[in-house]
Ligand binder design. Structure first.
Ligand code: SF4
Length: 465
């Protein structure tokens, strides 16, 4: 790789959302229920990935060593001149909660040790050290199945320092689940969504339009249901239209069942329309899996179709509500003069029997500078959350800055603090005496400055009001 010039940031979009993402891949393992028909992998590479995905290729080279994977990515980001203080860790591959508990704990401990550049006696110590080191984990994401979200499994995820859980939902329909061998039903999706939210996690869904046995009309009905029905209403989406991938069960059967994936034109039309259906509280994290063309048997090869979708929506001057297209960092690429006068607005909605408050600072063009997700829980099962409200996410947008660096727009300009003050006001006004925050371990110092302390189980940052 040709080294960048001084101050030249390579691939600037990677840290535009305000954090530096590092993906760590777990070793291959088959899911307990078998294989969903569209899913590749599982023998030499983790299930649902191929040996040509960049993160998997790196992991393969490093023998799936979590420590080495993190160190290599940190070095790459440094060489590309990206900040590396605020790290978002993404644990990727298969169903992490189905791996043996010992492996999971070892894996997460090694990931923290790599950020800390120091070994620890156990996971607790590794997390503690990470609170004050240079490369702090500000968010940790785990991909999971809806039927691996028992209270015990949720406690395990909390112990790892997890802040976001992504559920494979595809399309919430029992008939489709059965025909595609998902191994769970809609009931598990609803229950998992509620438990995860009650524990304060940010909730992501992986969605798959164009499944075999579905059709365009059914896809739109189910997609609409995801936001109309308060049992779902995820905070984030990854939208992966169904493709026929080598080594998946679908490869062997797609001709027999006359399955034809959406073509490029259909995909673009459908995803444009779906993007317009996404409400203000939800962010589209990604569109299209990173499946290399040589591993595709049938389906579109355009990994970057998202650009076309967004460009087309901008050209048509459509009003997009979803978060990513409104974010300050993202919008700065297309608007020269961004109005810096911002106001707070609060969207209230019901989700999983609880009440959600989505606080956002926006300008007159609805460009998003910062957001906070506050929940009044329904039946919290975690001791520290009894009688408390919970902040599930605090995020300030703009280019990622190093800790202590002064910001001009977005990050490090006091927006985060202001959002926390507003959340506390809402809690007090509604008679609550305690507020809790699910915090990446590397953000605990920030909350301490705002008067929060770690709860006795060492999980949430809490404050008496
Ligand atoms: S649950 Fe996910 S990883 Fe497991 S087989 Fe299904 S799609 Fe693949």
């Amino acid at each position: 790789m040709k080294l960048p010039q001084v101050n030249e940031v390579r691939k600037p979009a990677k840290t535009l959302a305000g954090v530096t993402p590092i993906t760590v891949v777990v070793k291959p393992r088959k899911c307990d229920h078998g294989t969903c028909i569209y899913c590749p992998g599982g023998e030499k590479v983790p299930q649902s990935y191929t040996d040509k995905s960049p993160a998997v290729m790196r992991a393969l080279m490093l023998d799936y060593d979590p420590y080495e994977q993190v160190r290599v990515r940190l070095k790459a980001f440094r060489l590309m001149n990206h900040p590396t203080d605020k790290i978002e860790l993404i644990i990727l591959g298969g169903t992490f909660l189905q791996y043996p508990k010992k492996y999971r704990e070892w894996f997460i401990k090694r990931v923290y040790e790599a950020l800390n550049n120091k070994e620890s006696k156990d996971l607790e110590e590794a997390k503690k050290i990470n609170e004050t080191v240079r490369h702090r984990c500000v968010a940790l994401c785990i991909e999971n199945r809806p039927d691996n979200c028992s209270e015990e499994e949720i406690r395990d995820m909390l112990n790892y320092g997890t802040t976001r859980v992504e559920l494979g939902v595809q399309m919430p329909d029992n008939d489709l689940y059965k025909k595609t061998n998902r191994g769970h039903t809609v009931k598990e999706v609803i229950e998992a969504s509620e438990k995860l939210r009650e524990a304060g996690f940010k909730l992501g869904y992986h969605i798959m339009p164009g499944l075999p046995y579905s059709n365009r009309e059914k896809d739109f009905i189910l997609f609409k249901e995801i936001f109309d029905n308060p049992s779902y209403r995820p905070d984030q989406l990854k939208i992966y239209p169904c493709q026929v991938i080598q080594d998946s069960p679908l490869e062997k059967m797609y001709k027999r069942i006359n399955f034809i994936p959406y073509n490029e034109k259909e995909t673009q039309e459908i995803l444009e329309e779906m993007t317009l259906m996404i409400p203000e509280y939800c962010r589209t994290m990604r569109i299209m899996r990173e499946i290399p063309p040589e591993r595709l048997v049938s389906g579109i090869t355009r990994i970057d179709i998202r650009r076309e979708i967004e460009a087309s929506l901008r050209k048509k001057k459509e009003k997009v509500h979803e978060i990513r297209m409104r974010e300050l960092g993202f919008s700065s690429q297309f608007a020269k003069d961004i109005d810096m006068n911002i106001t707070l607005n609060v969207l209230e909605y019901e989700a999983s029997h609880g009440k959600e408050f989505f606080l956002q600072f926006t300008n007159k063009d609805n460009i998003l500078f910062g957001l906070l997700r506050l929940r009044f829980p329904y039946k919290p099962f975690i001791k520290s959350l009894k009688n408390a409200v919970i902040v599930r996410e605090l995020h300030v947008y703009g280019k990622s800055l190093n800790i202590g660096e002064k910001g001009e727009k977005g990050q490090h300009t006091g927006i985060g603090k202001q959002l926390m003050i507003e959340a506390e006001k809402i809690a007090r006004k509604n008679g609550y005496k305690k507020i809790a925050v699910i915090s990446g371990v590397g953000v605990r110092e920030y909350y301490k400055k705002l008067g929060y302390r770690l709860d006795e189980d060492g999980i949430y940052m809490i404050k008496e009001l």
